[in-house]
Write a protein that binds this ligand. Sequence first.
Ligand code: MN
Length: 322
Amino acid sequence: MTHFDVFNGDADGICALHQLRLSQPIEATRITGVKRDIALLARVEAEAGDHLTVLDISLDKNRIALQLLLDKGCEVDYFDHHFAGDIPQHPNLHATIDTSASTCTSLLVNAQLKGAHLPWAVVGAFGDNLYDSARRVAEPLRLDASQLERLSELGTYLNYNGYGLGLSDLLFHPEQLFLMLRPYKNPFDFIESEPAFRQLERGFREDMAAASALPPEQEETFIALYLLPDLPWARRVSGVFGNQLARDNPDRAHALLTKLNSGGYRISVRAPLNNREGADTLCRAFPTGGGRKAAAGINQLPNALLGAFVDKFREIYAAGNL
Ligand SMILES: [Mn+2]
């Protein structure tokens, strides 16, 4: 029998798996990828009787592969907090899925393990940007403000490492990062002793400094546009940079544009934090656009449609239009 650990390559996915494997250290075939690469179950080559642990990837986006594995006679433990749609009723599927906005996969695993590795659950929650939940579940640890800050930084850096168009953009392959965490029962020991922590910290700071030095292409009361180069550092940092812009300007919508070598623009849009609406409507109005109300994107906007995009962006977020 083979065991497969299938996990999102971000902080939440890695910290969820780390907690489980600290409690139950089994050897497994690991399947992961960049944060945006969530169709992971289709890559599992399992046989009847094999066992899978699946962490932090939408069941809805993996539904067909999951059904095939279940029908084949595989046993699946599934932990997640993304949109799931209908959860298949199957005796071999053990699903712990909670899509409420205050939880994440690391916290679901923490509950299952009755807090056995709580510090790592806190790291995962910080990584998923769930600051309130992270602080609340950390209360029994009685950490002081600077210790909480360290765990928050670790979560942020692990999350940052997952962003990129492909694995070659990342500082560390997510599986490698998991293997580096694995010896550490205590995240403070990882922070103190593991050279990877310094590398992540340095990478994060350099990339953020480079992004922060970019002037906005366009800046108005209700919208701002930034143009990023199509380079690895920009692809790594754009998600975290977008989060920071949103936090610093909570009433403004932001669009990050990457001018593609292949022509056109890749665009990511974040609605204002104080009015998390409209990003999906805006992006769906253009070919290759899609996403959620609070965050959406366009994979390749033709150059000729850039003016129309900016007009619609302004129109949607101008005062009173939402
Ligand atoms: Mn997550």
